[in-house]
Ligand binder design. Structure first.
Ligand code: SAM
Ligand code: DTB
Ligand code: SF4
Length: 355
């Protein structure tokens, strides 16, 4: 078990973050790994499984997304799932070793009529002993409170990119709308999951601006998903983008997220299908300690669970086992200038036991 005191800062400047990007790769990774192992067990990853509970026909125009009704991506529409089917799917994820179930809906924001069903999903999945996460679009105060009362642990709402580049990616909701939703989630007492996408044709300046926004939020997101764009045929980004982001630039993003938000779980998220094992190992070394586990993301493929288990075994990585009630006061949330954290030590027989 490791325990330490590392300051949590909310005043990162553009220049400071740019200086990290300019470091020689090895120096950056070394710094990130040093901070990482002061706070977390470096051989543990947190596993979340995704399910799309309502798919397609989204009124928003996110230029990367398979689910927007503006683009012809060939995706089949699926209305909001029944509660029992969601709980059954969560059971399978739990049996495969997943700790958190993340339910996503292609909505601009939930409608009043949907709330009873989604809160029942939260209760049903929690009753299995799993952590719950939802991503349903923008929330107002009342909706955030209703989800919190149902027991929702995490709410995912991404900033996606820098405020400047954002305008080129989405026009139907403002950056400020996203910051407001995150505020409602925090006010309701839920944990926040907020990150974004790299490889959308943004510049390094945009990557710096994006990380600066995340790191200077009133409280660091408890979970920071870093997605590599999954190119979807028919979306504007598929038509305009030629090059994939450089692998080392992607690893730099992970490392700098780890340094700026030392107590957050940094999630190696979408895009793993195109990453080889070595790249993923480097991401873990740079401080990623969470991932989406299970054969599907929302509408696209993710590496098969058995393949991931093999990778964990080769790397001596274990998954984290959380007792849900213990998470409420583990020091990962909130905004004290310094926080004390103990990383978990429990083992799970599904994975390699390095000890
Ligand atoms: N509709 C809700 C919303 O956008 O708030 C929730 C689901 S949405 C699919 C969640 C996040 O997934 C997006 O904010 C984006 O960061 C990520 N995402 C969506 N499509 C992606 C893609 N093709 N590649 C990488 N990340 C993607
Ligand atoms: C996040 O940051 N990534 C997840 C989750 N939050 C909801 C979604 C990734 C979606 C990838 C494309 C797809 O499968 O549709
Ligand atoms: Fe809709 Fe979310 Fe896709 Fe944007 S990212 S189009 S809001 S499902």
């Amino acid at each position: 078990m490791t325990s330490t005191q590392i300051p949590t800062r909310y005043d990162w400047s553009y220049q400071e973050i740019a200086a990290y990007f300019d470091l020689p790769f090895n120096d950056l990774i070394f710094q990130a790994q040093s901070i990482h192992r002061e706070i977390f067990d470096p051989n543990k990853v947190q596993l979340s499984t995704l399910l799309s509970i309502k798919t397609g026909k989204c009124p928003e125009d996110c230029a990367y997304c398979s689910q927007s009704n503006r683009y012809d991506t060939g995706l089949s529409y699926e209305e909001l799932m029944e509660v029992e089917a969601v709980v059954e799917a969560a059971k399978e994820a739990k049996a495969a070793g997943s700790e958190r179930y993340c339910m996503g809906a292609a909505w601009r924001s939930p409608k009043g009529r949907d709330m009873a069903k989604v809160t029942a999903m939260v209760k049903g999945v929690k009753a299995l002993g799993m952590e719950t996460c939802m991503t349903l679009g923008m929330l107002n105060k009342d909706q955030a409170n209703e989800l919190a009362e149902a027991g929702l642990d995490y709410y995912n709402h991404n900033l996606d990119t820098s405020p400047e580049y954002y305008k080129q990616i989405i026009s139907t909701r403002k950056y400020q709308d996203r910051l407001d939703t995150l505020q409602h989630v925090r006010d309701a007492g839920m944990k926040t999951c907020a990150g974004g996408i790299v490889g959308m044709g943004e510049t390094r300046d945009d990557r710096i601006g994006f990380l600066q926004q995340l790191a200077n939020l009133p409280a660091h997101p408890d979970s920071v998903p870093i997605n590599q764009l999954v190119k979807i045929e028919g979306t504007p980004l598929d038509l305009t983008l030629e090059e994939q982001i450089d692998s080392f630039e992607f690893i730099r993003m992970i490392a700098i997220a780890r340094i700026l938000m030392p107590y957050s779980y940094v999630r190696l998220s979408a895009g793993r299908e195109t990453m080889n094992d070595e790249m993923q190992a480097l991401a873990f070394f740079a401080g990623a300690n969470s991932l989406f586990y299970g054969d599907r993301l929302l509408t696209t493929d993710n590496p098969e669970s058995s393949k991931d288990r093999q990778l964990f075994k080769r790397l001596g990585i274990n998954n984290e086992e959380h007792v849900i009630d213990d998470l409420s006061d583990d020091g990962l949330n909130g905004d004290p200038q310094t926080q004390s954290v103990s990383a978990g030590t429990s083992e799970n027989s599904l994975f390699y036991n390095a000890v």
